[in-house]
Design a protein around this ligand. Structure first.
Ligand SMILES: Cc1cc2nc3c(=O)[nH]c(=O)nc-3n(C[C@H](O)[C@H](O)[C@H](O)COP(=O)(O)OP(=O)(O)OC[C@H]3O[C@@H](n4cnc5c(N)ncnc54)[C@H](O)[C@@H]3O)c2cc1C
Length: 884
């Protein structure tokens, strides 16, 4: 957040005069393409003094040659939201600015060559209803009626979105900048950003101070990197590396085909191509396996195209001719080969860089910078002004990458290549990248691999997803999908297991995962949580900082573990974690030496970089006298969970594990197998169990001791697929799905973690307001008796009206049914009440079919927490049902 002082300056046209502003500009956008123009427009609209600097002319980079397709449908709530925001913006821009953005509403046809693709579109069709976007599923003949040139024998059906269309990107940017100029913004063309000035504040935080351009210096505290394919070069000016890669991307334009006039555009994802109708021509582009990488973008590349390489492009011609046979006879009139900025996970790079305050990114659009530009520009403007965006943007937020990922060029290159290749992939609930694997492994990796672990990659770490009873499946080196002369990997063990997950039905590994879940509920399992975030907060103001950061009361006895949320000023949940007050110890990584009070903070691994960034940003803002030490990569973490955990662990440790001497939610330094560790009696699965924090060098011996001892108790390994199922069944929330930065704790059903007394904390005012005035959405659990899987994003119906969608879906193996978590809203916009929630007929729509559902305010599994306290006097619901 920055102090705003408004500066209205009318500049009737873009300027080429000299720039020497020793005045303060609130915001400087580097790069005048879709991203820069949208950001400028949104900031100016909000009264912010903003300036756009463009090395050449506005749109000269990638934007001018874009196909301008506005296709809103993707199997992601955030993608749909951002894309439809751009669509709405374009729709209203002519009226608002008097300038025609060149909008043509000819609709979008998403054709499916395979059944599984049609399943994906059925899921999208269900999700789109939540955003009020009309879509229809069509059979091949209906599709052909809309696009008669199509060979309907090639397809199984299509999804049709009538509100899709195309925009003229140059006119769009002209409308945006003209509107921004009228609001007082400034645009400087032929003005390159040559240096970024960085300073350090008195808390040691690095901050933007200004910018040196070819036309002079500007003092500013906020710069947006909207430099498209040049984004990494601009980041380098600030001494930073960002995970993006420029790749060439092309389309060809057909000779005249008069019969295409007025037809919709086509996305043929299985053929890896798209068709855009442009007057009497068809433009056709695609995403090949062997794209050309551009290591460094030429600085003088303005309104310029690259030469199209037919050897690279030719595979698309075949696909295009299959889908639209007349495309072959029409022939190609011209080619367009541009460059585009790709990221390692196909999502844009947006938001403030956690390494440099005031340095925002709005780049990495993966060939979607026009359709995503409006939505992202709007959110970024709010981010700059309010400190956080209005929408939960984490999937696009630069914070999702770890420092290791950002620094590793090879990793980035592999993953960006795979992003390009997979741009039109099907979004399966469990799929894994093949590129850039094995970047970080924990000390248990080899043991777990041999035990059959099928690894998943999260935050650069390899974590065990599930354990394959048929033996081990190592991840082979990246084979670039056979491109660039690489031979495809012969070892297909890992790939074949991934294929078992490529369905929207039950995974082939469903039963294997289920048996891990039941082993946890009935015996005992070992889980590797080593990639979790583990921080120590120490210093003279530790309690003061904890009081401000954490919503829960952490002024509790030493060793007591407290569950807390971390909020933003709007009360949105930025992280949730366990925090334990500790005192100075003996000097091991699990028991460090420091002065006074310390806080040991443990947070989930999947959002570890977000948790760290949030904590550091809040502490940096407030200037508390504390230090944060990150021990995540120095301390391993094993969880022993299940009814037999105490009996199994007791002979290995030097302390009494009874309820009296080691109660639930407490933590102690103990010796296990002769090694000093921190044991926490806690559970993310809802069972009796301990989480054991182990100094790195002791990890292997402790693991071996546990495994040897566990043999007597039927100890089994369990992975993250089991963990997510178990925790959802128990009613625990995962950050980034069940709770997010746009949910407050009252909405999330986590009011218990927000103290009423005990002074202020960040976000308290918003929480208290929600308590007093009520809320408009509420977190719920839904179960369905029909044996169909829930994967998240399914629509929730109440009395035949849509009231929300599932954020996450799992199969509850102990409940014997699928269980989802989501938020329910009153469709009439009223405050939500328990009466509204607990009455009415609920259904969940799965791929177009509605299944009767039961709503629960609390998860139905072990609602009284007996199992956490070691009380096992009730059979599992699934066993009970089986016995009857
Ligand atoms: C062939 C092709 C077809 C496409 N089709 C579509 C489509 O149908 N729909 C869609 O949504 N997207 C499409 N895209 C992607 C889309 O064009 C881009 O994502 C989008 O234009 C990116 O906009 P941008 O503002 O990030 O980058 P750019 O438009 O490249 O703008 C960046 C600007 O930064 C300037 N700059 C760089 N360095 C500096 C510096 N140091 N100082 C000052 N200025 C600097 C550059 O001159 C440039 O003008 C397509 C891309 C290609 C290549």
């Amino acid at each position: 957040m920055y102090d705003l002082f408004l500066y209205h300056f009318y500049c009737g046209s873009t300027s080429t005069s000299n720039l020497d502003y020793d005045i303060y500009f609130f915001h400087v956008s580097t790069g005048g393409g879709s991203a820069g123009c949208n950001t400028l427009y949104q900031l100016a609209k909000r009264g912010v003094k903003a300036v756009l600097l463009e090395r050449a002319k506005v749109t000269a980079g990638e934007t001018w040659h874009s196909s301008g397709l506005i296709l809103q449908m993707r199997l992601s709530d955030l993608e749909i939201k951002m894309r439809s925001s751009t669509r709405s913006l374009i729709g209203g821009l002519h009226k608002e600015t008097g300038i025609d953005p060149g909008w043509h509403n000819n609709g979008g046809l998403y054709v499916a060559r395979s059944k599984v693709r049609l399943d994906e579109y059925k899921r999208v069709n269900t999700l789109a209803k939540n955003f009020g976007i009309e879509t229809q599923l069509l059979d091949p003949e209906e599709t052909k009626k809309l696009f008669p040139l199509l060979d309907s024998s090639m397809i199984k059906g299509a999804l049709y979105c009538p509100s899709d269309g195309v925009v003229d990107p140059t006119k769009f940017c002209k409308a945006l900048t003209t509107a921004a100029l009228k609001q007082g913004a400034m645009v400087f063309e032929d003005c390159s950003v040559d240096r970024i000035l960085v300073g350090t504040n008195h808390f040691g935080v690095k901050m933007i101070e200004g910018i040196v351009t070819s036309k002079g210096v500007i003092r500013t505290k906020c710069i947006v990197n909207s430099a498209g394919a040049w984004a990494s070069q601009v980041a380098n000016l600030a001494g930073l590396r960002v995970p993006v890669l420029a790749l060439k991307h092309s389309y060809v334009v057909s000779n005249k085909m008069p019969s295409v006039v007025g037809l919709p555009n086509i996305k043929d994802s299985d053929g890896r191509i798209y068709f855009r109708v442009k007057g009497e021509s068809l433009c056709m582009g695609g995403f090949e396996y062997n794209p050309i990488m551009v290591e460094k973008m030429p600085e003088d590349h303005a309104f310029t195209l690259f030469e199209l390489d037919w050897k690279v492009f030719e595979s698309h011609m075949q696909q295009a001719m299959e889908m639209v046979p007349s495309f072959e006879t029409a022939g190609v009139e011209t080619t367009v080969c541009g460059s585009e900025c790709f990221t390692p996970d196909l999502k844009p790079l947006v938001g403030e860089d956690p390494r440099l305050r005031g340095f925002f990114h709005n780049c990495g659009f993966n060939a979607g910078g026009v359709v995503l530009g409006g939505g992202c520009g709007e959110q970024l403007a709010q981010w700059i002004i309010d400190g956080r965006p209005a929408v939960h943007m984490y999937p696009f937020d630069i914070r999702r990458f770890t420092p290791e990922q950002m620094e590793n060029k090879t990793w980035c290159k592999e993953r960006c290549h795979e992003s390009y290749v997979n741009n039109y992939k099907i979004y399966f609930p469990h799929d894994e990248p093949l590129a850039g694997r094995n970047l970080k492994q924990d000390p248990f990796h080899e043991e777990l691999l041999v035990a059959g672990a099928v690894f998943e990659e999260e935050q650069a770490y390899e974590r065990p997803g599930w354990f394959n009873p048929q033996g081990y499946a190592p991840i082979p080196p990246y084979d670039w999908y056979g491109a660039y002369g690489f031979t495809r990997n012969m070892d297909k063990r890992y790939l074949n297991l991934l294929k078992g997950d490529r369905t929207f039905g039950f995974s082939k590994h469903h039963l294997a995962i289920g048996s891990e879940c039941l082993a946890c509920r009935e015996e005992v399992v070992l889980m590797d949580f080593s990639y979790f975030c583990k921080l120590y907060m120490v210093g003279p103001e530790t309690q003061k900082a904890a009081d401000w950061l954490f919503s829960a009361d952490t002024d509790v006895p030493i060793g007591k573990a407290v569950y807390s949320c971390l909020l933003n000023k709007r009360g949105g949940i930025e992280a949730d974690l366990l925090v334990t007050p500790i005192t100075s110890g003996s000097g091991t990584q699990a028991d460090p030496i420091f002065k006074g009070l310390g806080m040991f903070i443990v947070a989930g691994g999947a959002s570890a970089s977000q948790t760290r960034a949030h904590i550091k940003s809040v502490l940096g803002e407030e200037g508390f006298e504390v230090d944060i030490f990150d021990f995540s990569a120095k301390v391993g973490l094993l969880a022993v969970q299940g009814p037999a955990s105490r009996e199994m662990l007791q002979p290995l440790v030097d302390c009494d594990l009874s309820d009296e001497l080691f109660p639930y939610s407490t933590s102690k330094i103990i010796r296990l197998g002769g090694h000093q560790v921190r044991a926490m009696r806690t559970s993310f699965v809802g069972e009796l169990g301990w989480e054991i924090h182990i100094p790195w060098h002791s990890c292997l011996p402790v693991y071996l001791a546990l495994w040897e001892q566990g043999k007597k108790f039927g100890l089994r390994h369990a992975g993250y697929r089991a963990l997510y199922s178990l925790c959802s069944e128990k009613g625990y929330r995962l950050w980034n799905s069940d709770v997010r930065s746009d949910d407050n704790p009252i909405e999330a059903g986590l009011g218990f973690s927000c103290r009423r007394d005990g002074g202020a904390y960040l976000g308290k005012e918003a929480v208290e307001m929600a308590r007093q005035e009520g809320i408009k959405k509420r977190h719920v659990f839904l179960t369905i008796a029909d044996q169909v899987p829930l994967h998240g994003l399914e629509t929730i119906w109440r009395d035949d009206r849509i009231v929300g969608y599932l954020r996450r879906g799992e199969y509850g193996f102990s409940l014997g049914c699928a269980i989802g978590q989501g938020y329910v809203q009153d469709p009439d916009g009223k405050l939500i009440t328990d009466e509204f929630l607990t009455t009415g007929k609920y259904e969940i729509e799965v791929m177009g079919v509605r299944h009767s559902a039961k709503l629960h305010l609390k998860s139905p599994f072990d609602p009284h927490n007996k199992r956490l306290h070691g009380i096992y006097d009730e059979p599992l619901p699934v066993r009970e049902a089986f016995a009857q």
